[in-house]
Write a protein that binds this ligand. Structure first.
Ligand code: 3PG
Length: 412
């Protein structure tokens, strides 16, 4: 049964559309260069399908306080290159200059507004009731200039912020092409009845991953969890392993309260110890050199940068025999050649599994692309946190609003 509108449901030629994308990309903080444009590329089809409309794009880049929290200017440049037409970057969100620019658009024009997270309302109205988010100055100022809102930011669909859920309160809302495909493929994974479904959780978003591991196991969505990356470090700490200050410092920078995360991981281990795999060996970065060590040899003054060889063999065999496997977040610091082994081998195992394979997360896609194996997976999701929350069966705020809009306007 149809639950949401798509671009095919409306005659969009000649209309003004506000398109929320997720082009949050890995960026070199020093040069400001986009290191991987996979997420930007995904939106090309949506934008091309709007070629006869006036298109204004909303996007965020990173979060306040992070080194890659920066303007969307380089994204506009990259979009222009990919679309083979000018995407003008506008240095504002709803100031008078921006509004003038929006009013002067012709059909076929595309502009990208400034990073929405530069603006207070986007941050402070987070998680407020959606009606309040629809009543922000940001939404009240921009919305009257548009006929439709297109929600294509699947990767941020778990975020309840004005740019994500405010506009559907006041504009007819549909899913863009990225959103449509994500929902179709992930529903396929959820609906398949398989004995062994494995989630490989890594990367740096530890707080999200721990919550998700709990959901996966509580709701029997996944049978086993393999921990890697910073997520594994927290589980090691929860198990009472003294990993050493090098690793603790790195993880502590990524989460608000490391002790809380350790307690959450401990609770999960008590409940599901036999279904959560934790590395038995790791590789630390000893002044640039890869040094493998079993966890019994920890603590190390050097930080953990990858899973070790024994862990790799064990995890690979579990993945190859799985009915379905989902990977979110790279297992190691793959950007540094010596520490890319774990990521590469786990990816290979996933690419070789006969089960349904899904990978997700901005950095994960970048790693898979670097290895040239993107085509080997059944689905490469643009989402990191959003992907796993979706797989947990949670209704993501942005998706809930797309569905509400369908109910509101389908009879109209
Ligand atoms: C992501 O990279 O997962 C999305 O762009 C959402 O980013 P956030 O976790 O900073 O909200």
């Amino acid at each position: 049964m149809k639950e949401f509108f798509t671009i095919d449901d409306f005659k969009l030629a000649g209309s003004a559309v506000l398109l929320r994308t997720d082009i949050n990309s890995p960026i070199d903080p020093t040069s400001g260069r986009i290191l991987n444009d996979a997420r930007i590329r995904r939106h090309v089809r949506t934008i091309n399908d709007l070629k006869d409309s006036k298109v204004v794009i909303l996007a965020h880049q990173s979060r306040p306080g992070r080194a890659d929290f920066t303007t969307t200017k380089p994204h506009a440049k990259r979009m222009s290159y990919l679309l083979r037409k000018r995407v003008k970057y506008v240095d504002g969100l709803y100031n008078s200059g921006t509004m003038k620019c929006i009013e002067s658009l012709s059909n076929g024009d595309v502009i990208l507004l400034e990073n929405v997270r530069f603006y207070a309302e986007e941050m402070v109205m987070k998680n407020q009731p959606v009606e309040k988010q629809g009543d922000t100055l940001f939404v009240r100022t921009l919305a009257p200039h548009f006929d439709y809102f297109i929600q294509d930011a699947f990767a941020a669909a778990h975020r309840s912020q004005p740019s994500m859920v405010g506009f559907p309160q006041v504009l007819p809302t549909m899913a863009g092409r990225v959103m449509e495909r994500e929902m179709t493929m992930l529903d396929h994974l959820l609906q398949s009845k398989l004995d062994s479904k494995i989630a490989i959780l890594g990367g740096l978003k530890v707080d999200d991953s721990i919550g998700i591991a709990g959901h996966f196991l509580d709701k029997k969505i996944m049978s086993n969890i393999l921990t890697t990356g910073a997520v594994a470090v927290v589980f090691l700490l929860a198990k009472g392993v003294d990993v050493g200050s090098g690793s603790v410092d790195i993880v502590a920078k990524e989460v608000d309260d490391l002790q809380v995360q350790i307690s959450r991981a401990k609770e999960l281990l008590e409940k599901y110890g036999d279904r959560i795999s934790i590395p038995t060996d790791v590789a630390v970065n000893a002044d640039g050199e890869r040094v493998g060590m079993p966890i019994e040899k920890l603590p190390s003054e050097y930080p953990i940068y990858d899973i070790g060889l024994d862990t790799l063999v064990e995890y690979s065999s579990q993945i190859e025999n799985a009915g379905a496997a989902v990977l979110n977040g790279p297992p190691g610091v793959f950007e540094i050649a010596d520490f890319s082994l774990g990521t590469k081998e786990i990816f290979k195992a996933l690419a070789n599994t006969s089960g349904f394979s899904v990978i997700g997360g901005g950095h994960t896609i970048a790693a898979a692309e670097e290895m040239g194996i993107v085509e080997k997976f059944d689905h490469v999701s643009t989402g990191g946190g959003a992907l796993i929350y979706y797989l947990c069966g949670e209704e993501l705020p942005a998706i809930r609003e797309i569905k509400k809009s369908y109910k509101k306007y389908c009879k109209a």
